[in-house]
Design a protein around this ligand. Structure first.
Ligand code: NAD
Length: 486
C-alpha cells in the first residue's frame, strides 16, 4: 500500500504529496505551505515543498525514464493515455469536489473542467499514433532521405491555480503522447486536483518516473529545473512577467519554451448584433471563474447606438448571477482564489472610480467569510484607468462605446496582449473583417466557447507563443531529424 492510498477516493480532502520516482512522498520534515478553501478561508491541507535533493532525484529519474518512454510504441502510450481519460471520468465526482474545495469555482465549472481534461488525454492518445515523418525523393539514385519527428526530451512544466485540471492535462497529455518524460510543478494553491491527475496516470500504467510532480517555492523550483541540462523543453501558463522571466532562463540553455500568458479580451458588440444574446452570454462569460480566466471577455466595446441598451441588459444579466460557495449547486459565481486576487480587484476598481468611471453594479466585497467580490460593471471607463491596460483577473467588466469598425478594431488591438477576442454581429462581412483584423490567437464570433481538445489554444504578442491543443499541441514536444543514407 503506497502512502498515496491514504488519499480518500470517496470524499474528504486527504493528504498531499510529492510524486517522485514513482513514490508518493509525504512532507516528512520538509517545508510545507497551507492550502486554503477560498469560500471559507479555512486551511484544508498542507502541501510539501520539494528540496534541492528531491529535484535532483526527479531530474535523474526524468532522464532515465525518457529513454524508456520514447521507445514505448505509440499504441502502448496511447493505451495508457486513454485509460487515464477513463479513470478521470470514473473519478470525476471526487476530483470536482477537490477542485471546488481548493480553487473555489462552482461545481458545474469543475465538472466541465474534468470532462475536458479527460478529453485532452483521449485526443492526444490518438495523436500519438500520428507522429508521421516523410521520405523525400533524393537528387540521385541510391540515397534514402528520411525526415523523422521525435520526442524532444524531458519537459519542465509549470501551471497556475485558475484551471488546476485542464491546464496540467493539456500539457501532460501532449508531452506524454509525444514520448517525453515530464516534471510538473502545478500551483501550490490547488495541489489535490493535479495529484488526482497524476494518480490516474499512475493507475493507468504510466511507467515509473515518466511523470513526476513537485511543489515548492515557484521561482526556486523553476530556476533549478530550467537550469538543468536534463530538461530540454519548458512550458508555462501564468502571468506575462513570470513568462518573460522563464523565457529568459530557458534562452540561456537554448531551450524552447511554450508560453500561455495573460490577456485582456475585447468584445466588439455591433449595432446589428442580437443584444439580448450578447448581454446574456457576455455576462455569463465575463463572470465565469469569477473572472479569473485568461481568455475571458473583459473590455465590452459597444457601437454607439446600442451602448445604452446593451449596458442596461448587461447589468441586469450580471445582477441575476448567484454568488456563493462553489459547493452550493445553485452558485454561478464563486469566490476569488485568494486574498491577493481580492486586493488586486479592489485596487483596480478604486483606481477606475477615482478617474471618473461609473459603477453600475457591484464594486464591493461580499460580506461573510472567504474571498468573495461582487460581479462589477464599470461604464465610461477613462482610458487612463489601470483596468484599461492591466488584465482584470477578477469579476470586473469594463464598458465603452465605439463608433466605426475601424475604431473598434483599433481599441481591441491597442494592448500588447493578443490571447482572445470576440465580436457580436449578424453581418457576415463584419464577422469576416474582425476575424481577419483582431490581433489574437483565439477569436469567437457570436459565442465564447472555444476551448476543446481538438483545437489550438494559444496567444499572440505578449500573450505568449506556441499552441497547446489540437494538431499543433504535440508539435511543442517534437524535434525534427533528417537522416540521409546511402
Ligand atoms: P503569478 O504569475 O505570480 O503566478 C501564476 C502561476 O505561476 C502560479 O501558479 C505560480 O505558482 C506560478 N509561478 C509564479 N512564479 C513562478 C516562477 N518563477 N516559476 C514558475 N512558476 C511560477 O500570478 P498570481 O499572483 O498567482 O496571479 C497574478 C496574475 O497572474 C493574475 O492576476 C493573472 O493576471 C495572471 N495569471 C494568469 C493565468 C493564465 O491562465 N494565463 C493564470 C494565473 C494567473
Amino acid at each position: 500500500m503506497t502512502a498515496f492510498s491514504k488519499m480518500p477516493v470517496g470524499n474528504g480532502y486527504g493528504d498531499l504529496f510529492l510524486f517522485i520516482n514513482g513514490e508518493w512522498i509525504e512532507a516528512d520534515g520538509r517545508d510545507t505551505s497551507p492550502v486554503i478553501n477560498p469560500a471559507t478561508g479555512a486551511v484544508v491541507g498542507c502541501v510539501p515543498h520539494a528540496t534541492a535533493d528531491d529535484l535532483d532525484l526527479a531530474l535523474a529519474v526524468a532522464e532515465r525514464s525518457f529513454q524508456i518512454w520514447r521507445r514505448t510504441p505509440a499504441y502502448e502510450r496511447a493505451k495508457v493515455l486513454k485509460q487515464t481519460a477513463a479513470l478521470l471520468r470514473e473519478r470525476a465526482p471526487h476530483i470536482e469536489w477537490l477542485m471546488t474545495t481548493e480553487e473555489g469555482k462552482p461545481l458545474a465549472e469543475a465538472k466541465y473542467e474534468i470532462a475536458s481534461a479527460a478529453d485532452y488525454f483521449e485526443w492526444f492518445a490518438e495523436q500519438s499514433k500520428r507522429i508521421y515523418g516523410r521520405v523525400v525523393p533524393a537528387r540521385r539514385l541510391g540515397i534514402q532521405q528520411l525526415v523523422k519527428r521525435m520526442a524532444i526530451g524531458p519537459v519542465a512544466a509549470f501551471t497556475p491555480w485558475n484551471f488546476p485540471g485542464i491546464t496540467p492535462a493539456r500539457k501532460l497529455a501532449a508531452a506524454l503522447a509525444a514520448g517525453c518524460s515530464v516534471i510538473i510543478k502545478p500551483a501550490e494553491e490547488c495541489p489535490a486536483t493535479a495529484l488526482a491527475l497524476a494518480r490516474a496516470l499512475d493507475d493507468a500504467g504510466l511507467p515509473k518516473g515518466v511523470l513526476q510532480m513537485v511543489f515548492g517555492v515557484p521561482a526556486e523550483i523553476s530556476e533549478h529545473l530550467i537550469a538543468s541540462p536534463v530538461i530540454r523543453k519548458v512550458t508555462f501558463t501564468g502571468s506575462v512577467p513570470v513568462g518573460r522571466r522563464l523565457a529568459a532562463q530557458a534562452a540561456l540553455g537554448m531551450k524552447p519554451i511554450t508560453l500561455e500568458l495573460g490577456g485582456h479580451g475585447p468584445v466588439l458588440v455591433f449595432d446589428d448584433a442580437d443584444l439580448d444574446e450578447a448581454a446574456r452570454l457576455g455576462a455569463a462569460n465575463r463572470f465565469r471563474g469569477t473572472g479569473q480566466i485568461c481568455i475571458s471577455s473583459t473590455r465590452f466595446l459597444v457601437q454607439r447606438a446600442s451602448y445604452d441598451t446593451f449596458t442596461q441588459k448587461f447589468v441586469a444579466a450580471a445582477e441575476a448571477l448567484k454568488v456563493g460557495p462553489g459547493l452550493d449547486p445553485a452558485t454561478q459565481v464563486g469566490p476569488l482564489a485568494n486574498q491577493r486576487q481580492v486586493d488586486k480587484v479592489e485596487a483596480l476598481v478604486a483606481d477606475a472610480l477615482s478617474l471618473g468611471a461609473k459603477i453600475l453594479t457591484g464594486g464591493k466585497r461580499v460580506s461573510g467569510t472567504g474571498f468573495f467580490y461582487a460581479p462589477t460593471v464599470l461604464a465610461d471607463v477613462p482610458m487612463e484607468a489601470r483596468v484599461m491596460r492591466e488584465e482584470p483577473f477578477g469579476p470586473i467588466a469594463v464598458l465603452r462605446p465605439f463608433e466605426t469598425l475601424e475604431d473598434g478594431l483599433a481599441e481591441a488591438n491597442r494592448l500588447p496582449y493578443g490571447l482572445s477576442a470576440y465580436a457580436f454581429t449578424t453581418s457576415a462581412k463584419t464577422a469576416m473583417a474582425v476575424g481577419d483584423g483582431f490581433e489574437a490567437g483565439m477569436i469567437g464570433i457570436n459565442h465564447f466557447n472555444m476551448v476543446v481538445s481538438e483545437l489550438p489554444f494559444g496567444g499572440l504578442k505578449e500573450s505568449g507563443y506556441g499552441s497547446e491543443g489540437g494538431e499543433e499541441g504535440i508539435e511543442n514536444y517534437l524535434v525534427t531529424k533528417f537522416i540521409s543514407q546511402i
